[in-house]
Design a protein around this ligand. Structure first.
Ligand SMILES: C[S@@+](CC[C@H](N)C(=O)[O-])C[C@H]1O[C@@H](n2cnc3c(N)ncnc32)[C@H](O)[C@@H]1O
Length: 393
């Protein structure tokens, strides 16, 4: 049978579905792809041809900010229709992935125990760790239990659910090993700093380490560290890295205040983390990155783009997740200018780099120098487009 999206690579820690659960994955990913091709791109047309003229007739002027566009579009039957389906698809996705992970857990846990016998990397959890409120209070992007849940000393569930679920969430664009984001980060570093050869690397907000592996592969002599706040996802990340034969040192730490020394790393990266933190935390994390990177070292981040240059309707589409997909910090994040953010944390403006990129259906990044490129139209959920922003200290 031809599948719309191939299955993720079945490494030893990958949750494996029974037939019906896999059929549900196929249905959900098909629905998401259908929406991306046949619903989201038409919302702008509905705005221009139907909703905006109605607004102008009532108010004697066009909408002036994205809140007005939001209220207007959520009153239109077309937008209400796709919005409801998009939310339902997200809830179905996680309900299915949670069951797949739970059903396969005895095998996954046994694999993790086997892999812990002779590890290449390390795992350091902090029994007194204080979960940041912006993580603890949210089941982010409708994922039950979020990143924060760890129900026992050997719980792996949040990591297992995220590992398979995030692949289907991104309709496979993250790559069959979920290494697409990390490969993009490596490509961005090589684009801006071609001769840079880091020896000590830190990945902040690594989740299950999908984007950490390409760092290990790009600089095989480097010592790679990865931190996150969730104990269950870190246990899973450690076992996953061992299953893939990579050496990574995982630890449970808040990126706002780590225990690393000043100037400890040559390279510090993050992928997809900032839009899930409060704006205060985002500022603290960039300051901490500045503290732990050595002079001459590099910081490179990848996340949802700054929305300030977008049209009002594009801002509405870009920020949909904030209101309907349990991403409460998303909109604050799209309002933050990335060069200002890095500069405020201590990086010199002349050393700051920004680039935009689009991921095609196969997950390959193309870089472009301006926020927009018509070959990568915005999709609901911001999945296709990302922004890289970094600096040399
Ligand atoms: C979207 S995920 C990142 C995805 C990951 N980089 C990957 O490639 O799979 C965001 C991660 O950031 C983590 N996070 C949020 N706030 C954090 C903080 N203050 N310090 C460290 N990690 C944090 C979350 O727990 C979550 O695992």
């Amino acid at each position: 049978m031809t599948r719309l999206v191939p299955q993720p690579i079945a490494h030893a820690m990958m949750p494996l579905p029974v037939h019906d659960a896999h059929a549900r994955e196929d249905f959900i990913v098909g629905l998401k792809l259908h929406m991306m091709a046949h619903a989201y791109p038409y919302d702008e047309l509905v705005y221009e041809r139907r909703a905006k003229p109605k607004f102008v007739k009532e108010h004697g002027r066009a909408p002036e900010n994205c809140d007005e566009v939001h209220a207007l579009m959520m009153g239109d039957d077309f937008t209400k229709m796709w919005s409801g389906i998009a939310r339902a698809a997200q809830e179905m996705l996680w309900a299915n992935e949670g069951k797949i992970a739970a059903r396969d857990m005895p095998r996954i846990a046994a694999e993790a125990r086997k892999l812990s016998a002779a590890p290449k990397g390390t795992l350091t959890l902090d029994p007194d760790f204080e979960m940041p409120r912006y993580v603890e209070a949210v089941d982010i992007h409708c994922m039950p239990g979020g990143y924060q849940t760890s129900l026992s000393d050997d719980d792996l569930h949040a990591g297992a659910m995220y590992e398979r679920g995030s692949y289907y969430y991104t309709t496979g664009m993250a790559g069959r090993l979920r290494d697409g984001g990390g490969k993009g980060t490596v490509a961005a570093i090589k684009k801006f700093f071609p001769d840079f050869e880091p020896k000590r690397i830190l990945d902040v907000g690594c989740t299950t380490g999908g984007a950490t592996m390409p760092l290990v592969d790009a600089w095989p002599d480097a010592e790679v560290h990865a931190i996150d706040v969730g104990a269950a996802i870190l246990r899973y990340a450690h076992a996953r890295a061992e299953a893939l034969g990579r050496s990574v040192h995982f630890s449970q730490q808040n990126g706002e205040c780590t225990n690393f020394e000043d100037r400890d790393f040559d390279l510090v990266v993050s992928g997809g983390m900032f839009h899930e933190t409060s704006s205060k935390a985002a500022r603290n994390i960039v300051k901490e990155m500045h503290r732990v990177v050595r002079p001459g070292g590099v910081v490179m981040n990848q996340d949802i783009p700054y929305g300030g240059d977008y049209s009002l309707h594009d801002q509405f589409m870009l920020n949909w997740d904030c209101y309907y997909n349990a991403e409460p910090f998303w909109r604050q994040w799209t309002a933050i200018n990335r060069t200002d953010l890095l500069n405020d944390a201590g990086f010199d403006r002349t050393n700051i780099v920004e680039s935009w990129a689009g991921r095609d259906a196969a997950g390959t990044f193309s870089f472009f120098d301006a926020p927009f490129d018509e070959s990568f139209p915005s999709t609901g959920g911001g999945i296709g487009r990302v922004q890289f922003f970094g600096a040399q200290k």
